[in-house]
Design a protein around this ligand. Structure first.
Ligand SMILES: *[C@@H]1O[C@H](CO)[C@@H](O)[C@H](O)[C@H]1NC(C)=O
Ligand SMILES: *[C@@H]1O[C@H](CO)[C@@H](O)[C@H](O)[C@H]1NC(C)=O
Ligand SMILES: *[C@@H]1O[C@H](CO)[C@@H](O)[C@H](O)[C@H]1NC(C)=O
Ligand SMILES: *[C@@H]1O[C@H](CO)[C@@H](O)[C@H](O)[C@H]1NC(C)=O
Ligand SMILES: *[C@@H]1O[C@H](CO)[C@@H](O)[C@H](O)[C@H]1NC(C)=O
Ligand SMILES: *[C@@H]1O[C@H](CO)[C@@H](O)[C@H](O)[C@H]1NC(C)=O
Ligand SMILES: *[C@@H]1O[C@H](CO)[C@@H](O)[C@H](O)[C@H]1NC(C)=O
Ligand SMILES: *[C@@H]1O[C@H](CO)[C@@H](O)[C@H](O)[C@H]1NC(C)=O
Ligand SMILES: *[C@@H]1O[C@H](CO)[C@@H](O)[C@H](O)[C@H]1NC(C)=O
Ligand SMILES: *[C@@H]1O[C@H](CO)[C@@H](O)[C@H](O)[C@H]1NC(C)=O
Ligand SMILES: *[C@@H]1O[C@H](CO)[C@@H](O)[C@H](O)[C@H]1NC(C)=O
Ligand SMILES: *[C@@H]1O[C@H](CO)[C@@H](O)[C@H](O)[C@H]1NC(C)=O
Length: 411
């Protein structure tokens, strides 16, 4: 932990900045700012990369990726005072600077904006740049966070304009820290709420501070395919994708609200294709065997990972979700479709019918064996409930008889 004195800020005495840099080689940035009373006023930990697109002297364009920020300094980061709000300022490599500033309202605080500046006169980073000089891109954000809560966004966030693509992930930030203690209450960004992403961190040393995100059950969604004659394929399911790379599993819950479905239906093959901002495509291909049963034959997937790379895999030799043609396949218990060693899909509350859908409704279901334990329980439960009901009816009948008898006697 490196602490150094910055500069005097009028009205708030000296500002102390402590840099808790785990390792300079690591790309994770971490900053704890303290006010004049040495109480923590702002905490931030995050990762970011930049892609800069620029015109060269020979009228072509080049793209420069800045992911290794090198040694960074935080000069200009402040707790905030009467004149200006808190600010995180970061300088790295030659001539790059990055500023985020914060504002406060009655019960919330906001990440007001982010501005990023780069110097195309640096002919090592930007060889042959046409417009040499400083360039700044500015993004107003206005992300509102309840006071005394830590904003967390493990998912990838992108800020983009014509020239610069900024990517952020593994973000933890709290401004206006109360009583010098960083809050344990996390305020999640929308993406973290909908998908449980364990971010893939591309540091050379695995970060010991990465907390595994809890895996909630994904919400079930109903997806359908229309062939012009009405619905020809129906699927209701909660989907959880599990991608394992370099021994690290990333678990993504599919949010049905933001997932789009298309597909096609033929007599012996049917396709359900899902896509969303993170899933480029997720194809389920169904086939018919022996002219009397259907099954899931193929899965073909492509997912955008948090670090910007794309994971794709396909397997056309699967055999899952097997049921008679003219019926649907159902499995309420969690089931796993293992597409490859690196990719599996966990399904919840599943019901699919890829063929012979009549009037947009499911036909009778054939249930998976995992559910039959549940089926065994149903008659037992029903039996117990019926027995109880008979006793209740009998008792009320006896009471009713007595009452009516006494009633007649009093008249
Ligand atoms: C940041 O501050 C350090 C020490 O306070 C100083 O040596 C360095 O030159 C400063 N860097 C910039 C970019 O202002
Ligand atoms: C945040 O910084 C931008 C420029 O970087 C500035 O225009 C804006 O007024 C600042 N906002 C606040 C609340 O200080
Ligand atoms: C940009 O870089 C050039 C060359 O490295 C330098 O001369 C110039 O002062 C820099 N501009 C700013 C605003 O830092
Ligand atoms: C970069 O610019 C300097 C002068 O500003 C020049 O001496 C040097 O040769 C240039 N390097 C390249 C790779 O163009
Ligand atoms: C901060 O301290 C004050 C006084 O000790 C207390 O009333 C307040 O609840 C504390 N706030 C938090 C968020 O702990
Ligand atoms: C999807 O939308 C419904 C209704 O608008 C909402 O109740 C649910 O929480 C949303 N689910 C997710 C994962 O955002
Ligand atoms: C729609 O239904 C009609 C009559 O059942 C059939 O002739 C036609 O081929 C169907 N169209 C498609 C696209 O399946
Ligand atoms: C994800 O896959 C890995 C490797 O197959 C496995 O160890 C892990 O338990 C899986 N996680 C979930 C939530 O399915
Ligand atoms: C899914 O793909 C279709 C076209 O293939 C596109 O129109 C739609 O915007 C995509 N949906 C999402 C959520 O990306
Ligand atoms: C993203 O992470 C995966 C898994 O750790 C790795 O294989 C891939 O090379 C990374 N991509 C980039 C662009 O860093
Ligand atoms: C998977 O889907 C992609 C995009 O539609 C396609 O190019 C590729 O050939 C498919 N792979 C397999 C094995 O079906
Ligand atoms: C498909 O899977 C079966 C068993 O699951 C295996 O016997 C067969 O060799 C596989 N075929 C191919 C082409 O991988």
């Amino acid at each position: 932990m490196v602490c150094f004195r910055l500069f005097p800020v009028p009205g708030s005495g000296l500002v102390l900045v402590c840099l808790v840099l785990g390792a300079l080689r690591s790309y994770a940035l971490e900053l704890t700012l303290q006010d004049s009373g040495k109480a923590t006023c702002l905490y931030a930990k995050w990762q970011m990369t930049f892609r800069v697109h620029y015109e060269t002297t020979n009228k072509t364009y080049k793209t420069q990726t800045i992911s290794d920020l090198g040694t960074v300094t935080y000069n200009g980061s402040i707790c905030g005072d009467d004149q200006s709000g808190p600010r995180i300022a970061v300088q790295f490599r030659s001539g790059f600077s990055w500023i985020a500033n914060f504002t406060k309202a009655a019960s919330t605080y906001s990440i007001d904006s982010i501005s990023f500046s780069y110097n195309t006169s640096d002919n090592v980073t930007f060889p042959d740049a046409k417009d040499k000089g400083m360039h700044t891109v500015y993004h107003p954000l206005g992300i509102e966070i309840p006071l005394n809560e830590l904003f967390r966004c493990n998912s990838l966030s992108t800020l983009e304009n014509n020239d610069v693509v900024q990517q952020y992930w593994d973000v933890h930030v709290q401004a206006f820290v109360q009583n010098g203690t960083v809050s344990k209450n996390e305020f999640l960004c929308d993406k973290d709420k909908t998908s449980t992403v364990v971010p893939t961190i591309h540091t050379t040393v695995p970060s010991p501070t990465t907390t595994p995100t809890p895996k909630e059950k994904p919400e079930a969604g109903t997806y359908s395919v229309n062939n012009g004659n009405g619905t020809c394929l129906l699927a209701t399911m909660g989907l959880q994708l599990n991608i394992t790379q370099d021994k690290v599993a990333s678990v993504i819950n599919v949010n049905p609200n933001t997932t789009h479905s298309t597909g096609s239906c033929q007599s012996h093959t049917a396709l359900l294709r899902l896509n969303s901002s993170t899933i480029k495509y997720l194809d389920f291909v169904f086939a018919v065997k022996n002219e009397n049963r259907f099954y899931l034959k193929e899965v073909n997937v492509s997912v955008n990972l948090v670090n910007g790379s794309v994971f794709s895999i396909a397997n056309n030799n699967l055999s899952y979700w097997d049921a008679p043609l003219g019926s649907s396949y159902m499995c309420n218990k969690e089931q796993t479709v293992s597409v490859s060693g690196a990719f599996q899909i966990n399904t919840f509350d599943l019901r699919v019918q890829p063929f012979n859908v009549i009037e947009g409704k499911y036909s009778t279901a054939e249930e998976c064996s995992a559910d039959s334990d549940l089926n065994f329980l149903i008659p037992v439960t029903v039996g117990v409930a019926l027995g109880f009901l008979i006793i209740v009816v009998f008792i009320s009948y006896m009471i009713g008889r007595r009452k009516s008898r006494t009633g007649y006697q009093s008249v």
